[in-house]
Design a protein around this ligand. Structure first.
Ligand SMILES: Nc1ncnc2c1ncn2[C@@H]1O[C@H](COP(=O)(O)OP(=O)(O)O)[C@@H](O)[C@H]1O
Ligand SMILES: [Mg+2]
Length: 253
């Protein structure tokens, strides 16, 4: 199974009527979505909307209870996370998924299982993120949150993903770092990777997204070009269960 072999017009990822549940409680109620190669798709929505659950379904960590998960034109419902990873899917989970007690270089070494040499992974990583080069021997857990997120992204990219899934990339990071990270995300998309980002906080991702959708209470309530979603977004957060508000109107946990 290779996600890279699809027809250029076939979306890298397509969801059709996807539902998901924890036990008997359904939290994703029929989501339709397309993520083309070489582009960034953003899904925004308040805490509890079902965004992370949807990503778990795409990665094979949670079975869809209904609907189709289609990767590069092939229905992949029932595939294991391992099979999907080999097909080119890569998730950067909320909380980054790096090893805090290993150095930057040791974290990168974990990605050599794909067959690429550590030297070539390091070269590409430090070119994209010079800051990681300066910190190659530092324990990952002692770096700033932004640098840790860069490392998580570098590890993901070392596996040459066809579809990169990012869960709350900006969580807890300073706006200037978030901008830097999203600039890197946009660059990766330009190299041909399909990228799906879910975020609770909107602003920065909309600057690099080609398409955006809003998810509330397990449903996509609006989708379209990022510029056209601003008003829907305000409504989604004000009407949703996003908790309290920051001065710029974004929901705070
Ligand atoms: N492991 C789990 N077991 C049971 N319920 C869960 C679990 N994870 C999430 N949920 C519930 O599913 C809903 C959607 O959660 P989630 O997908 O994490 O939303 P989001 O990522 O948009 O914040 C929430 O009501 C949450 O409480
Ligand atoms: Mg989440």
């Amino acid at each position: 199974m290779s996600a890279r072999a699809g027809h250029p017009q076939t979306p890298m990822l397509e969801l059709r009527g996807v539902r998901a549940a924890y036990g008997r409680i359904e939290v994703v109620h029929g989501v339709d979505l397309e993520v083309p190669a070489g582009s960034v798709t953003a899904i925004l929505g308040p805490n509890g909307a079902g965004k992370s659950t949807m990503l778990k379904v795409v990665c094979g960590l949670l079975p869809a209870t209904d609907g189709d998960v289609i990767v590069a034109g092939r229905r992949v419902n029932g595939a294991t996370p391992d099979q999907l990873a080999r097909a080119g899917l890569c998730l950067i989970p909320e909380g980054k998924g790096i090893f805090p007690n290993l150095t930057v270089r040791e974290n990168l070494r974990m990605a050599t299982y794909t067959g690429r040499s550590l030297a070539s992974i390091e070269e590409r990583t430090y070119q994209r993120f010079p800051r990681l080069g300066e910190r190659r021997n530092q324990l990952a857990g002692t770096m700033s949150g932004g640098e840790q997120q860069m490392l998580a992204m570098a590890r993901a990219l070392a596996t040459d993903p066809a579809l990169l899934l990012l869960d709350e990339l900006s969580m807890g990071l300073a706006p200037i770092i978030v901008e830097e990270l999203y600039a890197a995300v946009a660059e990766v998309a330009r190299e041909g990777v399909a990228i799906l980002v879910v975020e609770q906080f909107a602003q920065t991702v909309l600057g690099v997204a080609d398409r955006a959708a809003i998810m509330v209470h397990g449903e996509v309530v609006a989708s379209g070009p990022p510029g056209e979603l601003a008003r829907d977004l305000a409504a989604a957060y004000l009407g949703g269960d996003g908790g309290t508000r920051s001065p710029d109107g974004a929901a705070i946990r």
